[in-house]
Design a protein around this ligand. Structure first.
Ligand SMILES: C[S@@+](CC[C@H](N)C(=O)[O-])C[C@H]1O[C@@H](n2cnc3c(N)ncnc32)[C@H](O)[C@@H]1O
Length: 285
């Protein structure tokens, strides 16, 4: 990993999200961490102020995106016959473990992937808990690498079965990179997905929110996050049409933008009184 492709400053955020999943009964006990508990407690005042002042906060949006992504993945497995999932930037997400508990019997294979440091930690946790298997593994990947064993192309060629309908998920990754960088990754991903009988890419993203009543607070949060993670936190797209155009230019043939509001009362997700800022995107090739 060179300086240009070292984004490991982002990795600690996985402890925070991992603790959010655990606190809300969405995780497995073995994925809890001391770092997560400490970060969660440190974040309480900001989360509380957000809810009081704006009617929403980061935690609400995390839960919204996580449940919608779970739902879309379940649907792809049950209704479209997907049997291969790659979760890039998996962090301490419980999704792989929980999906394998439910769908291993249907022949599901689940590959979790993250930067080497986080991937090693997750691999150890799954091994210690006795839940990893030939069909459920954790491997090293770096979406910024192009010609190394950790590149998307090398991982796909080495680890995946080209005969299986495949879903790729990223959660909590996209907005840490500027548009040119993340668009380059999407273009390579769209091309890689065309080799499977079906290729679906599910991701969350936070669009440009100049219209939002809480824009000042949200901007302060964005700037703080950029500093803490040493990354170029960027909000992508200023309209739904721009999202569709952006993924189309990257090579996806269809794109649906899911707003949390359209899932209120349908899925068990928290309702915010202010418009939500998170979107879940369902792309196909
Ligand atoms: C906010 S966490 C999200 C973790 C998990 N998806 C979740 O929602 O709980 C961001 C994750 O992105 C991973 N990450 C950062 N840069 C990456 C890169 N270049 N390639 C792959 N993963 C990366 C970090 O290690 C971290 O696990």
């Amino acid at each position: 990993m060179s300086n240009d492709t070292d984004s490991s400053g982002i990795s600690f955020t996985a402890f925070y999200t991992g603790e959010v999943w655990r606190r809300h009964g969405l995780s497995a006990p073995f994925l809890s961490s001391m770092q997560g508990r400490a970060l969660y407690l440190a974040g309480r005042p900001v989360e509380w102020a957000g809810k009081m002042l704006l009617g929403m906060n980061n935690e609400i949006m995390l839960l919204q995106r996580h449940r919608i992504l779970d739902h879309l993945l379940e649907k792809a497995i049950l209704e479209e016959g997907v049997t291969q999932v790659v979760e890039i930037a998996c962090g301490l997400s419980p999704r792989g473990t929980l999906m394998m508990q439910r769908f291993a019997g249907r022949g599901l294979g689940y590959l979790e992937a993250d930067l080497p440091g986080m991937a090693a930690r997750k691999r150890q946790l799954l091994n210690d808990a006795g839940v990893s298997s030939a069909g459920h593994r954790v491997i090293d990947i770096n979406i910024l690498e192009k010609d190394t064993t950790e590149s998307l192309e090398a991982v796909f060629a080495r680890e995946l079965d080209p005969a299986r309908k495949t879903v790729v998920i990223t959660e909590g990754l996209i907005n840490y990179f500027d548009y040119a960088t993340i668009h380059g990754f999407w273009t390579r991903l769209a091309s890689a997905l065309t080799r499977f009988p079906a290729g679906i890419y599910l991701t969350d993203l936070y669009p440009d929110f100049r219209w939002h009543p809480g824009v000042r607070v949200a901007n302060a949060f964005k700037n703080g996050l950029a500093l803490a993670t040493r990354s170029s936190v960027t909000l992508h797209f200023d309209s739904e049409q721009a999202v569709v155009n952006g993924f189309c230019e990257a090579g996806f043939s269809s794109t649906r933008v899911h707003l949390p509001e359209s899932w209120y009362g349908v899925l068990d997700i928290p309702v915010s009184s202010a418009p939500s800022l998170v979107r879940v995107i369902e792309n196909r090739v």
